[in-house]
Ligand binder design. Structure first.
Ligand code: FES
Ligand code: FES
Length: 213
């Protein structure tokens, strides 16, 4: 405790008093050591509205939860796969408002009001999406772990090409986007297949893309 009644304040006392006073002014009361420790471990939940595969959903999510974990853990949509969990394999690809994204790299709360399509929203066992049927026809998978991400990515790739969206790497090499296998190979290159089913995957996507052109 500093004796404020002292008429003469030493240089050291003056500095201590100044520091204490400045801290009291600058730091808000909730940043006391005790409150900070409590806040650090306090989960924050947020109410979120999403349209998932055409169905309106409302859920409370921990604000630190990725979109991938929200889909898999909160909504039970386990068709979207967790491969690397840090943006390197594409297994977690979903379509958000017509754009494909790696759902492991984004927080669910960043997508309030968004429309999200997962592999479960593309087809059913009785009515397969054309890409799902083509993957079966061309044997476009082995273990199948990458397949939902490959197919979601391919759906978005076909839209990108039709809309004339240049791909990042090849825009300077290819004048106008086409459904040629080399273009599809480049665009789908973020989706890794550890089984190496790439030729068959490209065959499947090319066939559907050309048929829809
Ligand atoms: Fe998201 Fe690999 S799990 S990119
Ligand atoms: Fe096994 Fe692609 S089919 S990882």
């Amino acid at each position: 405790m500093i004796d404020l009644s002292s008429a003469r304040l030493s240089r050291r006392g003056f500095l201590i008093l100044g520091t204490v006073s400045a801290s009291a002014l600058i730091l808000p009361p909730f940043l006391t050591a005790e409150a900070t420790a409590a806040n650090r471990y306090q989960p924050f939940s947020s109410r979120l509205s999403l349209t998932i595969n055409g169905r309106q959903r409302q859920l409370d999510v921990d604000t630190r939860t990725t979109l991938l974990d929200t889909l898999r853990e909160n909504l039970g949509l386990t068709g979207t796969k967790k491969g690397c969990d840090h943006g390197q394999c594409g297994a977690c690809t979903v379509i958000v408002d017509d754009q494909r994204i790696n759902s492991c790299l984004t927080l669910a709360v960043m997508h309030e009001g968004a429309s999200i399509t997962t592999i479960e929203g593309l087809g059913t066992p009785d009515a397969l999406h054309p890409l799902q049927a083509a993957f079966i026809k061309h044997d476009g998978y082995q273990c199948g772990y990458c397949t939902p991400g490959q197919i979601c990515s391919a759906v978005a790739v076909m839209k990108e090409i039709k809309a004339g969206v240049p791909s990042h790497a090849s825009s300077s090499l290819i004048d106008a986007p086409t459904f040629e296998p080399r273009e599809i190979r480049e665009r789908i290159s973020g989706n890794i297949c550890r089984c190496g089913a790439y030729p068959n995957i490209i065959d499947a996507i090319t066939e559907v893309a050309e048929a829809s052109a």
